[in-house]
Design a protein around this ligand. Structure first.
Ligand SMILES: Cc1cc2nc3c(=O)[nH]c(=O)nc-3n(C[C@H](O)[C@H](O)[C@H](O)COP(=O)(O)OP(=O)(O)OC[C@H]3O[C@@H](n4cnc5c(N)ncnc54)[C@H](O)[C@@H]3O)c2cc1C
Ligand SMILES: *[C@@H]1O[C@H](CO)[C@@H](O)[C@H](O)[C@H]1NC(C)=O
Ligand SMILES: *[C@@H]1O[C@H](CO)[C@@H](O)[C@H](O)[C@H]1NC(C)=O
Ligand SMILES: *[C@@H]1O[C@H](CO)[C@@H](O)[C@H](O)[C@H]1NC(C)=O
Ligand SMILES: *[C@@H]1O[C@H](CO)[C@@H](O)[C@H](O)[C@H]1NC(C)=O
Ligand SMILES: *[C@@H]1O[C@H](CO)[C@@H](O)[C@H](O)[C@H]1NC(C)=O
Length: 413
């Protein structure tokens, strides 16, 4: 049985680092090997990028989502490969083994430690296999399934599903620029999780390339491997190229709200109460919360708790449900907005609620990703955190060497 709370602590830090640049001599050997593997590789111009390539830096930075790893000192790949075919990936696997290069796969680049495009080990040459060209999605409405390639972002997947049917959805995260490859590999929680589980719980099949370059599906990889790639963490078991997922049924419209309470507005009481109430509410309702520091009207810094919710139902029933089960929050009808599930994904990605759903296709702009340095940690909490402990944790957000921070709390069931 899963514990009820997931606590994610995001601290904005100005961390020092002492990394040095890796040697690049291996990039030529790797490139030559790749060419010798398949002559079609040689004629493909937008495939291989070495530090000498004019577009290398732009490509490398394209999905760096944490400024901590966006420095000249951070270890850089000897080569970035952007394959468009299976055989190019197989050739990359073969050549990185042959030349002792580590192979790092990048889908959306949202790794909290930058592990898809940098290395914690200085002087350890590595290749980045960037799956930016593997982002095909096909939705089968009658079968309620979809195939999605790993390089697609969550926003693209949501858009394609929402376009196909207003009553189909997929349970995964809120940040629309997160990549399918890393997200499904590690779990993937979001606003449908209480009812339908994690993204990984809804994977039915996958295409995996192993360390020998063999292409495997669920049947040929076996159930143990299939279990491991759904939550065991990215870059651990092979390269997952594509996933077959089960789509879930949602009503249209659904209802969302975002309600903010400061310490002066009783945030401590409400957050404490949320811990015991929220997991007993119907599974159709997910209320997440984010605690940050803010300046109140009196200009003293205070704590601000933001309650974000998605309800698979209409606003009238949500308001009466909240009035009887969680009156402490003081939810009013005017706080609620009815919209399609797809529009709710736009709302929870942080865009203004009148934005076009097409913003979900934009890989460059995310309201949830800044260009700051940060460090994230997450943990499972079995019991409700007492008020005194909440205050102590929140106090950390004010410490000057931290700079600022966010504490996200979600429910696993
Ligand atoms: C702003 C932000 C918001 C987030 N919001 C949520 C959220 O709402 N819910 C949630 O559950 N998580 C969330 N996350 C965490 C996110 O799901 C993970 O960081 C996830 O691993 C990112 O996947 P990616 O493909 O974007 O990252 P990448 O950096 O590309 O990959 C992450 C890891 O997986 C490996 N990998 C990538 N692609 C593949 C592949 N095809 N095959 C094998 N290994 C691969 C990489 O090598 C790396 O080790 C968020 C992260 C950020 C930065
Ligand atoms: C070379 O690559 C092309 C396309 O990338 C593929 O169709 C072909 O089968 C490959 N040939 C070999 C020998 O791997
Ligand atoms: C990384 O650096 C480049 C160039 O300095 C900049 O354009 C980009 O916004 C930075 N990205 C992040 C996430 O810091
Ligand atoms: C994506 O789909 C198109 C159209 O079917 C196909 O031509 C292309 O090769 C596919 N791309 C990949 C990377 O699978
Ligand atoms: C809060 O207010 C103080 C004083 O007015 C100001 O210096 C500080 O930048 C403000 N912080 C934020 C996050 O707005
Ligand atoms: C959304 O509303 C804001 C404020 O009313 C407005 O400035 C913006 O142009 C609107 N955006 C769209 C896409 O309609």
């Amino acid at each position: 049985m899963l514990p009820p709370l997931l606590l994610l602590l995001l601290l904005l830090l100005q961390l020092p680092h002492s990394w040095s640049s890796p040697p690049f001599q291996t990039s030529q050997d790797f490139t030559r090997c790749l060419f010798s593997q398949n002559s079609t590789v040689a004629t493909h111009t937008n495939l291989i990028y070495t530090p000498a390539s004019p577009k290398y830096s732009l490509l490398l930075q394209s999905t760096i989502r944490d400024a901590r790893f966006n420095t000249t000192l951070a270890p850089k790949p000897s080569v970035i490969v952007t394959p468009t075919s299976l055989s190019q990936i197989q050739a990359s696997v073969h050549c990185s083994r042959e030349h002792g290069l580590q192979l790092r796969v990048r889908s959306g680049g949202h790794d909290y430690e930058g592990l898809s495009y940098t290395s914690p080990y200085p002087n350890y040459p590595f290749v980045v296999l960037d799956l930016v060209n593997f982002r095909n999605i096909s939705v089968d409405v009658p079968e309620k399934t979809a195939w999605v390639q790993s390089g697609a972002i969550l926003g693209e997947l949501y858009h394609r599903i929402g376009e196909a049917s207003p009553n189909l959805a997929f349970p995964a995260g809120s940040c629309h620029t997160v990549g399918v490859g890393g997200h499904f590999s590690g779990g993937g929680f979001g606003f449908l999780m209480r009812k339908f589980g994690l993204a990984a719980d809804n994977v039915l099949d996958a295409v995996l390339i192993d360390s020998k370059g063999s292409v495997l599906d669920r049947a040929s990889m076996g159930e143990d491997m299939f279990w491991a790639i759904r939550g065991g963490g990215g870059n651990s078991f092979g390269i997952v190229l594509a996933w077959k997922v089960r789509l879930v049924s949602v009503p249209s419209p659904v209802t969302v709200f975002r309600v903010i309470r400061t310490l002066e507005q009783n945030a401590l009481e409400i957050v404490h109460r949320w811990q015991s109430v929220a997991s007993k509410l119907p599974k159709e309702l997910m209320i997440e919360l984010a605690v940050t520091t803010t300046n109140s009207s009196t200009t003293t810094t205070t704590i601000r708790a933001t309650f974000n919710a998605l309800f698979q139902g209409r606003s009238n029933s949500l308001v009466s449900l909240m009035q009887s089960r969680f009156p402490d929050l003081g939810l009013r009808k005017g706080d609620c907005q009815e919209m399609s599930w797809l529009e709710a994904m736009v709302f929870h990605a942080g865009f203004p609620s009148n934005s076009s759903v097409d913003v979900l296709l934009d890989r460059t702009i995310s309201p949830l990703v800044g260009s700051f340095k940060y460090k994230s940690k997450s943990d499972y909490v079995q019991d409700a955190v007492p008020k005194a402990a909440l205050l102590k944790i929140w106090g950390k957000l004010f410490e000057t060497d931290v700079g600022g921070g966010i504490i996200l709390m979600a429910l696993t069931r």
